[in-house]
Design a protein around this ligand. Structure first.
Ligand code: VG1
Ligand code: CO
Length: 540
């Protein structure tokens, strides 16, 4: 059936697909308009397979019903859907690859809040399992500006709770267990026997799924397959509003886990993942591991893990991620790539075999096993390394810093700033960059100041305006960027980093170690004057 639709002009995809308030998604034809725009930009989809699933938030099942009917009307041959509409983002990525599917639709607003007044999101992943590259998201956006009709078949409501296959019109609809194939992949990569023996030896972990999609994955993998006790699982039943919480695994929203890990009664290891299961938080007993350090530590030790025993071909990190991983790459003699923020930029490097592991400061770590960041993978990688080294997370981190030095790192987020104020701040700073070069700020000289552009070495594409960088002669960096995932106003992020060599002071408090640079960042940008904020909303 053909329907006419009104074009909406605010469907510009951000860092990770289209993300908006539920109220926006519920507007008549809004979701349909976007899905049709995706389909219109895909050639040769007739008869092909599409993977569909989401993080289980409010509107998930409704959106999936629409997506199925539109896939049928647009000529797809088959859809594979996670039972009850659930698929973690990394599992969806794996299923696309495993089934050699044409692509996938993932319904999620990741770590943003859910529920009736929360956020919703949709993104399209291509046949390598990764997020649509910039060229495609730009084309989809253009299409949303001019689209006039969409195609949808009318058929009965599909029961997503029954595993099995049915055929309606020309579309085969298969409902699968969302965990099974993913769990097999994990078993192939990691040394489950060693991790199991560690749990048997009394090792204790707490894993917080934050009421989101990874609950069933954690239960099957950590408890059923690796023998961890049921006490391991915190908030592992997915709920449509994430229990009323914000499924963001950071020190603010996973505060309880953090406090437990810092307490006298701390178990050996703590971890959490986000709404769609791609982000991870790693906390050892008495130590929070920053995501940038986690990337570096995993890269340095990955060869200890079964699936990576031949070593790594290279490492990639997003530009604002700390340079800790660069030191590991140097030591291993492998290349390091610096990409713009967003997982889509890692896809080509992974496909081309240039890198094995990649990560972002925003709690994303992953490898060439899928084309998304992967929360459970990161937790298993840590567990595997601890099991092989027979050390605590704290010992592993301290040894790492004692060998490579330490990149002190913090991120300040100023959220829900009025858009024009945020734009003005970034514009002003951008214009002032050239005049900063050569200046001395509190005794340290600025060597470069620019707006980051990325030339993809594989397909040659250029991505500009990916953040403002101020680099100091001593290797310190201050970076300013506007978020592409917020749904209210604008979010400005400031990323601050300083390197301390191995023989220096590697055990300082991060905020103390970075105090001078934090002051410089504030005064260079006048952020507090221009936004009227006296402090950031979140410090990581
Ligand atoms: C944020 C992070 C970025 C991440 C993106 C999607 O983007 O900074 O590193 O790739 O979220 O993560 P931004 O534009 O708000 O800074 V998620 O867990 O949505 O898939
Ligand atoms: Co996420």
């Amino acid at each position: 059936m053909k329907m006419s639709t009104k074009a909406y002009n605010d469907q510009k995809p951000g860092t990770s697909g289209l993300r908006k308030k539920i109220s926006v998604f519920k507007q008549k034809n809004y979701l349909e308009n976007y899905i049709q725009s995706i389909f219109d930009c895909l050639n040769n989809k007739q008869g092909k397979t599409l993977i569909i699933g989401g993080d289980g938030r409010y509107f998930n099942e409704k959106a999936i019903q629409i997506a199925i009917k539109m896939a049928a009307a647009n000529g797809f041959g088959k859809v594979i859907i996670g039972q009850n509409g659930l698929l973690s983002t990394p599992a969806a990525s794996h299923l696309i690859r495993h089934n050699k599917a044409f692509g996938g639709i993932i319904l999620s607003a990741s770590h943003n809040p859910g529920g009736e007044n929360g956020d919703f999101g949709i993104k399209y992943n291509i046949s390598n399992g990764g997020p649509a590259p910039q060229k495609l998201t730009d084309a989809i956006y253009k299409r949303t500006q001019i689209i006039e009709e969409y195609f949808i078949d009318e058929f009965k409501f599909i029961d997503l709770s029954n595993i099995g296959s049915t055929k309606i019109n020309n579309l085969e609809i298969e409902i699968i267990n969302p965990v099974t194939d993913y769990a097999f992949l994990m078993e192939e990569l990691f040394d489950f026997e060693a991790i199991k023996a560690m749990f048997q030896g009394g090792f204790e972990m707490r894993f917080d799924a934050m009421h989101a999609v990874n609950g069933p994955y954690a239960e099957q993998i950590f408890c059923d397959m690796l023998g961890a006790s049921k006490e391991t699982l915190l908030n592992c039943t997915p709920s449509t509003n994430f229990g009323g919480f914000h499924p963001d695994p950071n020190l603010v929203h996973a505060k309880e886990l953090y406090e437990l890990m810092m307490s006298k009664n701390a178990p050996d290891f703590g971890a959490a993942t986000d709404g769609d299961g791609d982000r991870n938080l790693i906390i050892g007993r008495g130590i929070f591991i920053t995501p940038s350090d986690s990337l570096a530590i995993l890269a340095a030790n990955l060869h200890l893990i079964k699936g990576y025993k031949n070593g790594i071909s290279g490492i990639a990190r997003s530009m604002p991620t700390s340079m800790a991983a660069d030191r590991v790459a140097d030591a291993l003699g492998v290349p390091i790539y610096e990409t713009p923020t967003g997982w889509k930029f890692f896809g080509n490097l992974l496909d081309d075999g240039r890198i094995t592991i990649c990560g972002e400061e925003s709690a994303g770590t992953g490898s060439n096993h899928v084309r998304e960041k992967d929360g459970i993978w990161a937790v298993l990688a840590w567990l595997n390394i601890l099991a092989v080294k027979k050390q605590s997370a704290k010992q592993v981190a301290n040894e790492h810093w004692a060998k490579f030095g330490r990149n002190y790192y913090t991120r300040f987020d100023y959220e829900e700033i009025e858009l024009d104020k945020a734009n003005k701040l970034m514009k002003r700073l951008n214009e002032k960059l050239d005049s900063l070069v050569g200046n001395e700020e509190e005794g340290i000289k600025i060597s470069t100041a620019d707006s980051f552009s990325y030339h993809d070495p594989v397909d040659g594409s250029l991505s500009e305006n990916q953040g403002l960088r101020i680099l100091f002669e001593n290797g310190s960096r201050i970076i300013f960027r506007m978020s592409g995932t917020g749904t209210i106003g604008a979010t400005i992020r400031i990323y601050i980093e300083r390197f301390e060599p191995a023989d220096g002071e590697i055990n300082l408090d991060t905020q103390v170690a970075l105090k001078q640079l934090i002051d410089i960042a504030k005064s260079i940008s006048d952020i507090e004057e221009l936004t009227g904020r006296d402090k950031p909303s979140v410090i990581t």
